[in-house]
Design a protein around this ligand. Structure first.
Ligand code: ATP
Ligand code: MG
Length: 523
């Protein structure tokens, strides 16, 4: 760990110590819905852990040491009382029970071995594979790194999805929103991105954290099975909360994800955090706030919901060299209703993030999957981080698709169109085909570069549109088998040098000659 990081941690600890107060004892005055109101804890801090006494006259140390100590989390500081949510069996809390402060802000124990595990937002292992040795307690809430402590985003994080990596590139340390209606493939984009990290060289491979906020247990289990099958659990931690759990746990889950991410980022590592999804998070926060009797604001969400999401996503960062250069890339997910991006929570999160990947229900139903709406999806910082190879091929595809969208409206009059327009529509349709991708089959960037280069160079010319995917697959196979050195050169050099371009051009000519059958119309 760099000395600057250690200094920062020291400072945090000092800050905590200066806040340390002599032991304060409070009394539960009312309890219900998992929320307890407590009298007498005047100095309690927001997000501080408090512990309920079991009435057997134990000291604070003794209480903390008991296996089943019952904790609460301070969430409302009121004039004459504090409100806490009970983290655990709320039925054990009774009126008149004594409560003590712990002087400790809520934190999550993290260690190297957390990778590959499924945990709760409080850091309990919930996959039945035993406990881990923690190395540091990471605060759940924390002030994000400041501007001076950061550096510009300068390295790509590859999603393995052609449409994204070519046209909406994401950089390490960026916050890119995945937004769309229900069942449009949002989770799939995020999971495929995690799977794709297996193609990164080990020293560049980010630690991935998938945060399930109020998802069905069966869905989270399926995701875990998919990641395991793909060999991606080896570098992934899942933070799971299900719809049946209490709203405070759902509220904490994304913050816990960031806390775990910071542990690795501060060691100079890259981290990818998927937050699935912040719509459910907002709903959990609304529910929790109602229980805490905070006044509701717009769309009945509490007034500070924007601040909640901004301080969460602000923790995604690319640290400066002095701080070790680690990063947290955040992929928050938002579910829209009927494509309405102007609702309260979507607009909030759009304005907090550095771009959005918009998934469209109509495209999805038409079979264009991933259902990316290229027209309104953007990435505001990632292109600075794109590999030279991808940069070189992406300009043309963007232009072709934009032209195609304009012409699409005229397609129904196809018979009246001039040859030039027809050719452009044909080319546009082939690019659309090229960008279709099966789920859980991310494509490493060097293969993407080969495919898109070949498309730009006209490998699909004269072939029927239906054959696009077949030609792409067999051309990739051909290059991998017969022109391995070209493929390898792109993988390691990450650019299309003159030599590589010459190699690819030759490969295209040779391929066309050898695979004339792929250019015939299939009956
Ligand atoms: P929800 O709103 O329920 O969270 P979602 O937007 O996260 O849904 P997914 O769960 O990722 O969407 O995908 C919805 C369905 O579409 C799933 O059955 C998934 O298998 C399928 N699907 C997603 N992407 C693709 C793809 N590229 N090709 C084929 N099927 C896909
Ligand atoms: Mg989903």
């Amino acid at each position: 760990m760099s000395t600057a990081i250690i200094d920062r941690i020291k400072k945090e600890i000092e800050n905590l110590d200066t806040n340390a107060q002599p032991e304060e004892v409070g009394v539960v005055t009312t309890v219900g819905d998992g929320i307890a109101e407590i009298d007498g804890l005047k100095k309690a801090q927001m997000m501080e852990m408090i512990v309920f006494d079991d009435g057997e006259g134990k000291s604070l140390e003794e209480t903390l040491a008991t296996e089943d100590a019952l904790y609460g989390l301070v969430l409302n500081l009121e004039e004459d009382a504090v409100k806490v949510v009970v983290l655990g069996e709320a039925s054990r809390v009774r009126e008149g029970m004594q409560v003590r402060r712990t002087n400790k802000l809520l934190s999550i124990p993290v260690g190297e071995k957390i990778v590959g595990r499924v945990i709760s937002p409080l850091g309990e292992m919930i996959d039945g594979k035993g406990s881990i040795e923690a190395d540091r307690d990471m605060p759940i809430e924390r002030v994000a790194y400041g501007v001076m402590e950061r550096s510009a985003v300068n390295e790509p994080i590859h999603t393995g999805i052609k449409a994204i990596d070519s046209m909406i590139p994401v950089g390490r340390g960026q916050r890119e929103l995945i937004i769309g209606d229900r069942q449009t493939g949002k989770t799939t984009v995020a999971i495929d991105t995690i799977i794709n990290q297996k193609y990164e060289p080990a020293d560049k491979r980010p630690i991935c954290i998938y945060v399930a906020v109020g998802q069905k247990r069966s869905k989270t289990a399926t995701i875990m099975a998919k990641l395991e099958e793909a060999g991606a659990m080896e570098y992934t931690t899942i933070i799971a909360t299900s719809a049946s759990e209490a709203s405070p746990l759902l509220f904490l889950a994304p913050f816990a994800g960031m806390a775990v991410g910071e542990y690795f980022m501060e060691q100079g590592r890259d981290v990818l955090v998927v937050l699935d999804d912040l719509s459910k998070h907002a709903n959990a926060y609304r529910q929790m706030s109602l229980l805490l009797r905070r006044p509701p604001g717009r769309e009945a969400y509490p007034g500070d919901i924007f601040y909640l999401h901004s301080r969460l996503l602000e923790r995604s960062a690319k640290l400066s060299k002095e701080l070790g250069g680690g990063s947290i890339t955040a992929l928050p997910i938002i579910e829209t209703q009927e494509g309405d991006v102007s609702a309260y929570i979507p607009t909030n999160v759009i304005s907090i993030t550095d771009g959005q990947i918009f998934l469209d229900g109509d495209l999805f139903n038409k079979g264009i999957r991933p259902a990316l709406d290229v027209g309104i999806s953007v990435s505001r910082v990632g292109s600075a981080a794109q590999t030279k190879a991808m940069k070189k091929v992406s300009g043309k595809i963007r232009l072709e698709l934009a032209q195609f969208r304009e012409l699409e409206a005229f397609m129904q009059f196809a018979s009246d169109l001039d040859d030039d327009t027809k050719a452009r529509i044909d080319s546009g349709r082939k690019y659309v085909e090229l960008l279709k991708q099966k789920q859980n089959e991310p494509v490493p960037f060097y293969k993407q570069a080969v495919s898109i280069y070949a498309a730009n160079a006209g490998i699909f010319d004269a072939a029927p549109v239906e054959n696009t995917q077949k030609i792409e697959a067999s051309f990739l196979e051909f290059v991998e088998r017969d022109r391995k050195s070209v493929m390898d050169a792109i993988e390691t050099g990450r650019e299309l040098t003159e030599e590589v371009v010459a190699g690819l051009d030759k490969a295209i000519v040779d391929y066309k000659e050898a695979h004339a059958a792929n250019y015939e119309v299939v009956a």
